[in-house]
Design a protein around this ligand. Structure first.
Ligand SMILES: Nc1ncnc2c1ncn2[C@@H]1O[C@H](COP(=O)(O)OP(=O)(O)OP(=O)(O)O)[C@@H](O)[C@H]1O
Length: 310
């Protein structure tokens, strides 16, 4: 089930100026985990709300499986979503919360027990949700999203509040859901997390599309990918690497952008230049993300912080 945004635009309250989401077009394919990434305030939640029919676009269209979410006859069984983890009756137990949801779609008790187990909540199923930690609430939200065995799953910041074990659990879960052929869309403002979880990335900043790509391609495109070359003949090699961008990091060390390691190795060999090191390097993904979104960050510090209380 494909999720699509076509020219999606949202302007709040007829506010003039910048739209929260502007002319966003992207496709989320089944069988992969797609990370929806952007700095705070980029418009991720607004976009997800429009995809799920909770907010009306000012213009453009959002479809899941070719139709608007609201027109699906049994949405829980087609699209599982987690937006606000706290939208749960606090006096109810996890089990009763899920049973109440299950009733609305004729979902059997066995499925409720299965998702409780999947979310690691079986032992606390009888506890009131009121006493749940943030992480447990998040697990319950994910259990609810999976209740209808949906073909598409949309989760807003699913790792929020989870401890390292929880983070690993969700990462494994999302990958297995994608392997089963489901469409998985998850938002985050953490590139490092997305790099470990997502195959594909849709990156937005200030409501606009910045990249629709894979993790590997993003790193390359953002210039964070380079090859480190150590050679006693750096100057001669540098002159031969025409078309590439080279910087001399040390008298014997070059950083080369725009050529792959094998290409550099062949050029060096053809000119009998010895290489002591030839290694593809990736600057941190966080750096790649910051390079890409730098101009789109909402709240930039304008000055270095000064001493507090002065
Ligand atoms: N109900 C609303 N009324 C007016 N403006 C809103 C409303 N909801 C969001 N906005 C504005 O729209 C922009 C996008 O917000 P949104 O919550 O979608 O971003 P986000 O990427 O999910 O951010 P975060 O990572 O901080 O949750 C922000 O500038 C926000 O102030």
């Amino acid at each position: 089930m494909t999720i699509q945004a076509h020219g999606l635009t949202k302007r709040y309250g007829g506010k003039p100026g910048r739209a929260a989401v502007e002319d966003l077009t992207f496709t989320v394919e089944p069988g992969t985990v797609t990370g929806f990434l952007g700095p705070n305030g980029a418009g991720k939640s607004t976009t997800l709300r429009m995809l799920l029919g909770l907010d009306a676009p000012t213009s453009g269209r959002a479809t899941i499986g070719g139709r608007a979410y609201a027109t699906h006859p049994a949405p829980l069984c087609e699209v599982g979503a987690l937006l606000e983890a706290k939208a749960v009756h606090p006096g109810r137990s996890a089990f009763h919360h899920l049973m109440a949801l299950a009733h609305t779609h004729g979902i059997p008790r066995s499925r409720v027990e299965h998702v409780l187990d999947l979310a690691g909540l079986t032992d606390v199923a009888g506890k009131r949700v009121k006493g749940f930690s943030l992480g447990m609430g998040q697990r319950l939200g994910i259990a609810a999203a999976l209740l209808g065995d949906p073909a598409a799953i949309v989760l807003d910041e699913p790792v929020n509040g989870l401890d390292p074990e929880g983070v690993l659990w969700i990462r494994t879960l999302l990958k297995s859901l994608a392997q089963e052929g489901r469409t998985v869309l998850i938002s985050s403002h953490l590139m490092s997390e997305m790099a470990l979880t997502a195959d594909h990335l849709v990156v937005i900043g200030r409501g606009r599309l910045l990249a629709d790509t894979t993790v590997t391609a993003l790193v390359r495109e953002s210039g964070a990918f380079y090859v480190k070359v150590v050679t006693p003949d750096a100057a001669r090699l540098r002159a031969l690497l025409t078309g590439a961008e080279t910087t001399a990091e040390a008298p014997d060390t070059l950083h080369v952008r725009g050529l792959e390691a094998p290409d550099i190795g062949r050029i060096a060999a053809a000119h009998a230049i010895p290489l002591f090191e030839l290694s593809p390097r990736t600057a941190s993904l966080e750096q790649a993300f910051m390079n890409l979104t730098h101009d789109a960050v909402e709240y930039q510090p304008t000055a270095a912080p000064t001493g507090a209380g002065r």
